[in-house]
Design a protein. Structure first.
Length: 298
């Protein structure tokens, strides 16, 4: 028997997941998965800027969750749906901070959902997939613009501030985290082709940016992704309560997910802390889905 030696201190949760002195930016941080990411970082010492288009949502998060934590949550209103919007967000952030240690690309948009099953008749399939009034170029462009294009421009705009992170912090590589979806990993359209295609593109963009930044440009920036399964959010429930939280009854997914329930905030928090702090993780997208992709045979 004996006490914990000095060599074991690095294995404690306080050491492994300590984000004291780090600064993060979370897009879409006002609710759902973005709020889960924000709480995971801020409660472990990180200063977290949350951004989104709706100031009221951001203020609610700050007023509700910026208490009794070792880090800090700061609202920074912004819109990443255009290049000018990304520039303005960058300028607003850069006027406050000289470095960015963690960037979480979480802002996302759902797409139109419509019937995709059929009896096998080609005319019926065409009616569902082409003729339907929800099947439009605008739907595809809007969802792709938010889920893919915006994440690309947000990441590339912040590269200089991210690069400075490794200069400021010893044994730390700055990290970009893409929150995509298992919808981008599985073969089923799940009634919304455009959304699933956009998330598939986001998964591949994660891989491409990782390759470019660690191979071609030699920047010490890690790029990884998390592909969540079913988690309560405004996207999945179409609403939030007064604390910007959403709820999904466990029984709704008891038969659809091997875990027998939707994901919990803590499930996402643990995954975020692992991906953000693990300095040896690069170019990976991790499915946090209660076994859904295994059951779906992706």
């Amino acid at each position: 028997m004996g006490g914990q030696g000095k060599g074991n201190a690095a294995f404690t949760r306080e050491s492994l997941f300590d984000l004291t002195g780090k600064v993060a930016l979370v897009t879409g941080g006002g609710s759902g998965l973005g709020l889960m990411c924000t709480q995971a970082l801020a409660t472990n010492g990180c200063k977290v800027y949350i951004t989104g288009r709706t100031k009221e949502k951001l203020d609610t998060v700050v007023n509700t969750y910026n208490k009794d934590i070792s880090g800090e949550i700061i609202a920074l209103q912004g819109d990443v749906s255009s290049k000018n919007g990304v520039k303005e967000l960058h300028e607003a952030y850069a006027s406050r901070e000289k470095v960015l240690d963690i960037l979480i690309n979480n802002a996302g948009l759902s797409s139109a959902s419509f019937q995709t099953e059929s009896s096998g008749d080609a005319e019926e399939v065409k009616a569902n997939l082409f003729d339907h009034d929800k099947a439009t170029f605008a739907d595809w462009n809007d969802v792709y613009n938010t889920n893919v294009t915006a994440t690309y421009f947000t990441t590339t705009a912040f590269l200089p501030l991210l690069a400075k992170s490794s200069e400021v912090h010893e044994k730390w590589s700055p990290t970009v985290l893409f929150i995509s979806s298992i919808s981008g990993l599985i073969k089923s359209a799940q009634h919304h082709f455009s959304y699933n295609a956009s998330k598939g593109a986001a998964v591949h963009l994660t891989r491409m940016l990782s390759s470019e930044l660690c191979n071609s440009s030699q920047l010490k920036i890690r790029v990884n992704g998390i592909a969540p399964g079913v988690f309560p959010s405004e996207m999945t429930t179409n609403e939030s309560d007064e604390n910007q939280k959403s709820f999904i009854p466990a029984e709704k997914y008891a038969e659809k997910v091997p875990a027998g329930r939707p994901g919990r905030d803590e499930d996402m928090a643990g995954a975020v802390l692992f991906v953000v702090t693990n300095q040896y993780l690069q170019g990976q997208t991790i499915a946090v889905d209660g076994g859904y992709t295994v059951a779906a045979g992706m």
